[in-house]
Design a protein. Sequence first.
Length: 71
Amino acid sequence: MLEEIKEIFTGRHTVFGLFASVAGGSLMSRVLYDWLDGVLHKSEIFFIGLLLFILGGLFFHTFHQDIIKKK
């Protein structure tokens, strides 16, 4: 069981996890965009989304590198 969980994060299934994250992120971003549209301007929403995208990418990269180092 533990080896299967490791495979999800470090093996070939990482690509599928990445696609799932992108799809889920795009759906959530659309919901948040509709919700924030009345509160913020479109450029502010864009920069918030860009910041979250970059932070998510940095977290994913750092998390993956930590797992590789532990091997």
